[in-house]
Every structure is written in C-alpha cells, then in structure tokens.
Design a protein around this ligand. Structure first.
Ligand SMILES: [Zn+2]
Length: 458
C-alpha cells in the first residue's frame, strides 16, 4: 500500500481524456495508415482465442456496446492502445487486415456463437456476410477515450493507466466510478463524492464499516448505482439487474456541468432524504448488513447489492413521517421478514459475485412492501402516500420549460442558485394528482408564503 497510492489521482483530472464513439471502419483505417500502434512495449502480447473473438463480433452485430478503448495520442498524432488491444485485434482479424501481426486470427471464421448460431463457420468474406452484415460491423462504434499529449497529458501517465487497468495491487476497475471520475469530473461526480462523506451515508446504508478505508471509491460507486436506479426506474423496473453501461450513461449525461446546478442539488437532496429514512428506521449500527447478510462467515457484514437496490427503491417511496411514527413496529416486521430464508431468496435470489436474479425489480419491491410497510398501513388504516420523489426529477425540467423559468407565485425568474420546491396546485389532501398538469415549481420562500396564507385563510 506504499507507492501505488502515492499517485495523485488529480493528475488525471487535470488532463481529462476526450471521449468519442469511433467506428470499426475508422479504427481499421487508422491501423492501415500506420497511425495506431496495437502493441506498445508495455502491452502484454496476449492472444485472444477464436471463441472469445467470435463472441465480440456477435456483440457488434447485435449492437451490444463493448467496453471502451483507451488510447494515448502523442505529439505526432500517433495512437497507442493503452487498453482494448484484444477487441481491436478481433475486429482487424475478422476483417482480414492484420498484416503485421502473426496470428491465426487473421480472417478467422466464427465459432461457438450462441445467439446467431447460423453464422457459425462463416467469415467476413463469406457470401452470407456480404452486403448485409459487413456494413453493420464496419459501422459499429466503440467508445474511445483518448489521452492527448498535445493537451498536456503527461506520457508516463499512460503506464499508470495501463497498470491500473490491468494489474494488481490497485487496478482501476474498468467500469467503475473510480475511473469515470477521472474522465468525467463534473458537478454530478462531485455531488456523489459529497454524499459519500456524509454521516447519513455512512450510518444509513454504507456497506462498509464506518472507519474502514475506501481507496477504491466503492462507496461512490454504490451511490452512483442507486441514483442511476432511481432516476431510470421506469425503464429498469422490468429488468432483473442494473447494467453498468447505464451508470456510465448517467455520468455522461451530467458531464461538462451541462446539468443545471439546481437539478444536481435536487438529486442530492432527494437522495439524502432516503439515507435519513434509512437511519431513522435502522438506527446507527450496520443493521441492514446484519439483516441481509449473505455470508455469515465474513467478519464485516456486506449486504448484497441487488438486495440493497430493492431496499433503496422501497425507502424512496415511503414518507419520513410514516417511518418515524411506526419505526419500532416496522423494524420488527422487517427483521422477521429477513430472517425468513424464503423471503430473502425471493427478493435477492443471487449470491455475491454471481448474480442470478430471476425476478424483476418491480416484483421484488412490491413483495417487500406488501410484507412490511403495507402490513402497518393496513393495520392502522393509512392511505399510501402520494409523493414526488427522486424518480420524477426529469419532471422539474419539463415544468421549468413550461413556466419559462418563472415562478408562478411571484412571477420572478427562478435562478439555478435559488432554492425551490415542487408545489401541487391542488393539494394532495384535496385529492390533487401528481400529474404534471397539477404541478409547478416555486421558489422555496414563495411556496412557504403560499401555504402560510392558505392556513390563515382556513
Ligand atoms: Zn417566487
């Protein structure tokens, strides 16, 4: 843990890479024109086997995104492959263009395809490929991060990136907050880092012991996961698990500070609310961990991630007041719920490291709710709360556009630095709906003034 941690990560942030989508056609041209060096000295000359290479081609035909390429561009404009060598060799090999590398992969035919199995035995020159699939492969794009010497990227750092992507003891995880944080530093990633340092996170839902070191930004990675899940729940609820590509998308969406600050603040505020609810309910010890522990031999208790997803979504739906009022009873019910092996497997159904989840998020969330929160609701005859929550954040954008950025109460502009709230034109108590048509964004002070007036009038 000595000199590997000494590298200041801000070195990368100073020289953020540029990212683009590069087509296989363009990459092939780079290679043929001698612009791209596939095998710089620090690269391992690892040969990818034909079955794995076939799988990559199948992904391209199906349009499934591949992990990004990392390139270094020197002052002369030459490119070096820091990471992604095997993917490039696969494409060049399949196209039969690998002229300066000795490999059996040049012009290979596909084997072992599971989905497009009618293509097994075919190669790029095969009649079956002509006109139909060739273009698809040539037009396929791979996300490419380029670190440019011209833009001040220190060439020796490429070894660091390479080492960290590939080797122990501290490899950067290729699809992780740790890496995206280097490339996409923004208000959004800053906000996630802020959340990770809060007490509410550390006590509320953190999966690690409060005092343990978190060099790998695992906490931030988890937080990004939960926020991505909540913000894209409508799309994700029928899925079993959260794809990493969606987390990257979420980071990219907020890159370059394109997202208004008020929206970032709102995401933070709403997420902290969930953490607070968790803290109210579970207290300050690692109760969730003990409840949903998936490995009893471990000293530290890590709850399963997919199970935490379900808990977070569930909490986002509940009101703080409700949890506060019935917390003792709720906790008792929740504890016995998780003691039951069947219950656990219904909403978890996966083991650490090998997620094999069979039912979608919505089923698991509904199941947990019906066996816990709804039990209390029925017992005391409480209506389900109708609240605006973090899942509806895109709504703020829509509303602001409709209002031309003006506050309907005071008619002044709502600036991105202003505090604001979403208001129901007809209140929920009067059966007002959560539909867009019944909602408006108001300055926080205006919203308070408005509700005070209403109370005075009543
Ligand atoms: Zn106002």
């Amino acid at each position: 843990m000595e000199d590997t941690t000494a590298l200041d990560i801000s070195l990368f942030q100073l020289k953020q890479g540029t990212s683009s989508d590069t087509s296989v056609k363009t990459l092939t041209r780079f290679y043929q024109d001698g612009i791209i060096n596939l095998r710089p000295s620090y690269q391992r000359n690892e040969v990818i086997n034909r079955k794995k290479a076939s799988g990559i081609i199948e992904s391209a035909i199906l349009g499934i995104p591949l992990p990004p390429l990392y390139l270094f561009k020197d002052k002369e404009g030459k490119l070096e492959v820091i990471d992604g060598q095997q993917r490039l060799i696969t494409f060049l090999g399949f196209l039969g263009r690998l002229n300066d590398i000795k490999t059996k992969l040049n012009g290979f035919s596909l084997i072992g395809l599971s989905i497009l199995n009618n293509l097994n035995g075919k190669n790029f020159e095969n009649e079956h490929f002509k006109f139909t699939l060739n273009e698809k492969i040539l037009d396929f794009t791979i996300k490419t991060f380029t670190f440019e010497e011209e833009k001040g990227f220190e060439p020796t750092l490429k070894y660091e990136i390479f080492e960290r992507l590939n080797k122990n003891p501290f490899p950067i995880k290729p699809n992780s907050f740790e890496l995206w944080n280097c490339i996409y530093l923004s208000n959004f990633t800053r906000m996630i880092k802020e959340i990770a340092t809060t007490d509410d996170y550390n006590y509320g839902i953190s999966r690690r012991a409060p005092d343990s070191l978190d060099l790998r930004m695992d906490s931030e990675n988890d937080i990004l996961r939960y926020i991505t899940l909540l913000r894209n729940y409508e799309v994700l609820k029928e899925r079993n698990d959260l794809p990493k590509s969606m987390m990257l998308q979420e980071v990219e969406r907020h890159f370059s500070d394109k997202t208004p600050k008020f929206e970032i603040e709102l995401i933070k505020k709403e997420f902290l609310k969930i953490l607070r609810k968790s803290r109210i309910l579970f207290g300050t010890s690692n109760v969730i961990g003990q409840l949903v522990n998936d490995n009893e031999r471990r000293k530290t208790v890590y709850p399963n991630l997919t199970l935490m997803d379900v808990i977070i979504v569930t909490l986002s739906d509940e009101s703080e007041k409700f949890i506060m009022k019935y917390r003792d009873e709720l906790l008792e019910i929740i504890e016995s719920f998780f003691k039951d092996e069947d219950n656990r497997s219904i909403i978890q159904n996966s083991k650490r490291g090998s997620a094999r989840i069979t039912n979608p998020y919505s089923d698991r969330v509904d199941y947990l709710k019906s066996k816990t929160f709804d039990v209390i609701r029925q017992k005391y005859g409480i209506e389900k709360s109708k609240r605006i929550n973090i899942r509806d954040l895109s709504l703020v954008d829509k509303l602001m556009e409709k209002q031309n950025g003006l506050c309907p109460y005071c008619k002044n502009q709502i600036k991105i630095t202003d505090k604001y709230e979403i208001d129901h034109l007809q209140s929920v108590d009067d059966f007002g709906s959560n539909e867009e048509i019944n909602l408006a964004v108001l300055h926080e002070i205006c919203n308070r003034e408005k509700s005070n007036k209403k109370i005075l009038m009543e």
